[in-house]
Design a protein around this ligand. Sequence first.
Ligand SMILES: Cc1cc2nc3c(=O)[nH]c(=O)nc-3n(C[C@H](O)[C@H](O)[C@H](O)COP(=O)(O)OP(=O)(O)OC[C@H]3O[C@@H](n4cnc5c(N)ncnc54)[C@H](O)[C@@H]3O)c2cc1C
Length: 380
Amino acid sequence: MSVARPSVVVVGASLSGLMAARALRDHGIDDFLVIDRKRWIGVPLKCGEAVEASAFDELFGQGARYPFIKHVADTHDVVFRDFVRPLLDVPQLTFYELNRTEFERWLAEPVSDALRLSLTVRSIARCNFGFELETNQGLIQSRAVILCCGSNYELQRQLGLVSSLPRLGYACGELHATSDRHRERFVWHVMDRCEGYGWVFPKGNDGCNLGILSYRPEPLRSRLAEFKQLQAIATTPRTTFGGRFPQDGPLACTAADSLLVCGDAAGMVFAATGEGIRFALISGNLAGTVMAEAMLAGDTSRRQLSRYQDAWERRFGRVLRVGVRVKEVIMSLRRSGFLTSALRHLADRRIADFMLGKHARLTTLSYSVARCLELPRKLL
Ligand SMILES: Cc1cc2nc3c(=O)[nH]c(=O)nc-3n(C[C@H](O)[C@H](O)[C@H](O)COP(=O)(O)OP(=O)(O)OC[C@H]3O[C@@H](n4cnc5c(N)ncnc54)[C@H](O)[C@@H]3O)c2cc1C
């Protein structure tokens, strides 16, 4: 049996993996493979498809001109029970609503020659050469690996990066051809009977993406049905999807000898909202760049690759940790009944910063207040 021996293997051909591959190529590394168990790029879709605009623009330039961007939203409705808090023209909360499948195909184009699909990594181990990956199509040996395999933590466990599975959140959603009520605004609906929220993200003439997210396992399909009723959406979905996301914050170690970990595989999700696209794109780009420079310098030691960990920590490490707290604050305010007051009295800008994890001090303060509010409930 022949053994493939690329210099670098990127495991996962979704956002973080494709970004890592593009950065490797941009920096002069061509001897790499990007492998994925799925049969087609961008399919199946498992996403609300909303990405924060400023992060997107920083990576790709002014996004609105790309055909896969279906809508630009800077007005939002945050809903709890009967209370609707509009957030109007909040520039820091500007989101692009993508057609993610088209976006991933566009990302994949410049590295399509390095893609190997329908290829599942069953196990991974270190060997003299670097790494040995056992796949459904034979062995692959590579000097270095960039792990972009999402929130199935089996490969991370095999490499000793995690000792147990992080807590996971769950989400499911649907694409609808029509969105008459929701053509402009993003809707974030904190649910009463669910440990999470429902979303409606409009896609202009392409309809809308709607769904529901929970911080713990619960019957999401029935919650989604309730949410659609609340939103008066009765059309038949074009597509349904579901998935999970890590919600404990980033892994402690994302850079080891000849190994980098990105995106969901590294726990890089804003736990409160499940937002992960921007972190996957940025971390993949950083990982590909740092790995390429290390390969060219002939030094892929942990010391050299730790520049990746330093870089993402500086960019958004704090935001991700704040996200874990934001989630707890939202749920605590909901349970103690103070969510409506908070939504009524806080300025638009404050709520927007809170939703993006940009206000560490406000979050810490609200976290302490929320814990105090919960005390009587816990003591009774
Ligand atoms: C329902 C849902 C809705 C979401 N909505 C939003 C949203 O609106 N906005 C937002 O910012 N974020 C959202 N997220 C989060 C966002 O989708 C993720 O953060 C993002 O996809 C992470 O990208 P990634 O490349 O790190 O991992 P993934 O997109 O999970 O990709 C991992 C890839 O690795 C492949 N893979 C895994 N294991 C193996 C293996 N053993 N061998 C070969 N290939 C393998 C998989 O097939 C997959 O293609 C949502 C998540 C869910 C579940």
